[in-house]
Ligand binder design. Structure first.
Ligand code: BGC
Length: 348
């Protein structure tokens, strides 16, 4: 079968190659890959900046934003042939640590977790893949290929869950949300905010292309000014840019008792300097929380399916701006103007 493979740590070695079909000996679902979402993490792995191959191998099958159809399911697994499924990305560490032992591998304490398509476990960028039933998430067939948005939505759902935990520390009701970056995670985080009744603002650099209209259609407000020129004072900020010049401004922008969640992680270094005295003074005097959020556990995947099922399918469809066939996978890695989410069709 065909698989999209990379050599982690080496740049530009992504290749679609023939690999053996997945091992049949495990108690797992056999899934026909339908589509695969491509995100910044994949580009970083292909550039040699992130990721690790399975032990004893050079190549890793890429892909962590999955959607496929069950071909074969063990008896008693709760799945049947024809079901649409998405694979959970992270697997608990072998120890396991306290967090992993309680199903919160997204809070793994020792870094020995593995991740499909990213860290030491093959991903879902192939025609057939296997997944243990307890790491598969059922997706309604009515979502069609939009089910591929489940994984990025799970990351946004986890961020929201943490934000709401932190907002609950003070007796006030946050109302205004700013999302910085109108990429897929930003737009899906905005969707969750709108669904929960917040007043949502989205900031991005671009002034043209689909993003402004996609944000307005959601019932949110689009801004393309510099972050420092914004006149709103959000209670909650979700940053997806990982841009130092944006991130360092957020503690000064957020309202009293504000919560800032960082979801992007820079792998390269920028040379932006900041006035840390001013930032720490504002954070202390205003009770500001700034924290990072990564990955998602099973509960967040469930929340993601719920979010997508309640969203307008035509709006979700606007997030998928390009589909490429598996044999042209490399085209998915190059961002074109106005791309939001590019997906790869694995149905060869
Ligand atoms: C994935 C997460 C993963 C993170 C770090 C993200 O792109 O969505 O599941 O934990 O990369 O590897």
């Amino acid at each position: 079968m065909k698989a999209i493979t990379v050599i982690p740590g080496k740049s530009l070695h992504a290749q679609v190659v023939d690999v053996d079909e997945p091992d049949t000996s495990t108690h797992s679902l056999l899934v026909a890959g339908h589509v695969l979402g491509v995100c910044g993490t994949d580009t970083e792995i292909v550039s040699g900046l992130h990721g690790a191959a399975p032990p004893g191998r050079d190549r890793l099958i890429l892909g962590h934003e999955s959607l496929g159809e069950v071909l074969d399911a063990p008896a008693g697994s709760g799945f049947s042939p024809g079901d649409r499924v998405v694979g959970i990305v992270r697997r608990p560490d072998p120890e396991p640590c306290e967090s992993c032992a309680s199903g919160e591998w997204d809070f793994c304490r020792n870094g020995r977790y593995t991740e499909h398509g990213i860290k030491e476990l093959d991903g879902f960028g192939c025609q057939l893949w296997r997944i243990e039933p307890d790491h598969a998430v059922s997706v309604p067939a009515e979502l069609g290929d939009l089910g591929v948005l489940t994984e990025p939505t799970s990351v946004a759902a986890k961020a929201w869950e943490q934000i709401e935990h932190m907002s609950a520390r003070a007796s006030y009701t946050p109302g205004t949300v700013l999302v910085t970056g109108a990429g897929p995670i930003g737009l899906l985080a905005a969707l969750i905010g709108v669904q929960r009744g917040y007043e949502v603002h989205v900031l991005d650099r671009v002034e043209s292309g689909p993003k402004p209209a996609v944000v307005e259609q959601l019932g949110a407000t689009y801004h393309s000014t510099d972050v420092g020129d914004l006149t709103i004072r959000p209670d909650i900020v979700i940053d997806t840019t990982a841009a130092a010049e944006v991130v360092m401004t957020l503690p000064l922008l957020v309202a009293e008792n504000g919560v800032i969640c960082l979801t992007g992680f820079p792998l390269t270094q920028s040379n932006v300097s900041m006035n840390l005295d001013e930032v720490s003074r504002e954070m202390v005097l205003n009770n500001v929380v700034m924290f990072g959020s990564v990955n998602a556990n099973r509960r967040h995947f469930g929340q993601a399916v719920d979010t997508l099922s309640r969203a307008e399918p035509a709006w979700l469809q606007r997030l998928i701006t390009r589909t490429v066939n598996m044999d042209h996978f490399d085209e998915a890695l190059h961002k074109e103007d106005h791309d939001i989410k590019t997906i790869v069709d694995l149905r060869w």
